[in-house]
Ligand binder design. Structure first.
Ligand code: COS
Length: 398
């Protein structure tokens, strides 16, 4: 049984506690922590559909478009990702992408775009994707090369995007491209592109150590209606960053889920496995590992739910908190999962064992939605600029 004591922390209200308990029952009944590798696309489609059917995707869209809350509640998103990740990395992935691939529309789209795209995302009928990274760069967003040129009532898109999760199975892509209002970051715009838009091809699928739908997309004179612009021309960088401000904390939450599962597996193995006439759990070297794992998990949970609570209750801009949560929790999860593998010895590297799977699942979290190195730049930038707005607002609260 995973540690649930954190649910009594003051970051949460009763709704969050109920959500965590009911999703835990659902995940226990419906999700198997097992191999899906044979038909990843099919498994992913089924997961989106099940998550939608049973109401969990209502947390990915705002209330007016079939969701639960007026705006995305980051604490709920984090609790859901943490719980799903503990049961199935692919279920966490399927859930996370519905939010990441639609939040820019919810935050910056015109009402008719929201009406067209968000209800399907919230019901699971439409699979969403976020297309930012390019073959020549993912970290340096201001250097994106894909172009979108205005031609009458359309934008014409040319270029390529890569590492696109749900590439090939998505119904739409939130796309960032250069519209050229100014050099660098101020010359980017955001759009919604339907997957069947003429001129958009899925060029190749990418296989990774923890398989999920992932592809490179090519745009050749791909025409989309001008009305598919999100926000204003030139707003693309800020739209991408504001979206990542929400979802970076949730990546930390997924890392927490993987880490909690690894700790549970390690404790259970240490209690039953004998060596030198004792259970592994009787050895102080094992105990020291378990103590470090448990402490790091709690530290990461505090950072993740601090970021989520700050976004929900205190400040719109939580760049520093979200980056700290993402960086610390994903690095922590790597260490915790590695320690769990070590406690399992040879069993830890047997294909299909839960900790072997966690070892593969956890690695990409330190890379996607901003590498650890990028998070350090973001945090240092905030510290050097003295941007402590959320902390100040929190201190002012009665
Ligand atoms: N919310 C709203 N606006 C934001 C913002 C945020 N979170 N972050 C930055 N901005 C604004 C800034 O206020 C600034 O606006 P002004 O020029 O009007 O002041 C503008 O955007 C540029 O910001 P900044 O100068 O901080 O940008 P940098 O070029 O220094 O940022 C990094 C560079 C590396 C931090 C950024 O490109 C980044 O996060 N890259 C990683 C992207 C990523 O996660 N890639 C993985 C693909 S997604 S799976």
């Amino acid at each position: 049984m995973p540690d649930r004591t954190f649910l009594s922390w003051p970051f949460f209200d009763e709704g969050h506690r109920t959500l965590a308990v009911s999703l835990e029952s659902w995940a226990t009944a419906k999700l198997a922590f097992e191999h899906h590798e044979r038909d990843i696309d099919g498994a992913c489609r089924k997961l989106v559909s099940a998550l939608g059917h049973d109401g969990w995707l209502k947390y990915s869209v705002p209330k007016n478009y079939g969701g639960h809350f007026d705006k995305l509640d980051v604490r709920s998103l984090c609790l859901i990702r943490e719980t799903l990740a503990r049961h199935s990395g692919l279920a966490d992935f399927a859930f996370a992408m519905q939010g990441l691939g639609s939040a820019s529309i919810a935050l910056f789209g015109a009402d008719d775009l929201k009406q067209r795209y968000l209800p399907g995302v919230g019901s699971g009928a439409r699979i969403a994707a976020f297309a930012l990274s390019e073959p020549e760069g993912g970290s340096d967003v201001s250097a994106l090369r894909t172009t979108a040129q205005l031609d009458g009532d359309h934008y014409v898109i040319n270029g390529a995007k890569t590492w696109i999760s749900n590439g090939g199975i998505a119904g739409h892509y939130v796309l960032f491209a250069r519209t050229g209002e100014a050099p660098g970051a101020k010359g980017l715009s955001a759009f919604v592109v339907d997957a069947d838009a003429p001129g958009l091809d899925v060029r190749e699928r990418i296989e990774t150590i923890a398989p999920h739908p992932l592809a490179t997309l090519r745009f050749r004179n791909c025409r989309i209606p001008k009305s598919h612009l999100l926000g204003k021309p030139g707003d693309g960088f800020k739209i991408a960053m504001a979206t990542l401000d929400i979802f970076r904390a949730t990546v930390g939450a997924a890392a927490l889920g993987f880490a909690r599962r690894a700790l549970d597996e390690a404790v259970s193995y240490a209690r039953r496995r004998e060596a030198f006439g004792h259970k592994l759990a009787d050895f102080q070297l094992t105990q020291a590992k378990l103590a470090d794992m448990a402490t790091e998990i709690d530290a990461a949970a505090l950072l993740v739910y601090r970021a989520a609570w700050t976004k929900d209750r205190v400040a719109d801009r939580v760049t520093r908190e979200a980056s700290m949560a993402k960086m610390y929790a994903t690095e922590m999860a790597q260490r915790v999962v590695d320690a769990a593998v070590q406690i399992h010895g040879g069993m830890g590297v047997v294909s299909g064992e839960p900790v072997e799977r966690l070892y593969r699942e956890v690695r990409s979290l330190r890379i996607y939605e901003g590498t650890t190195e990028i998070q350090k730049l973001v945090i240092a930038g905030q510290v050097l600029a003295g941007q402590d707005e959320p902390a100040r607002k929190a201190a002012e609260k009665p």
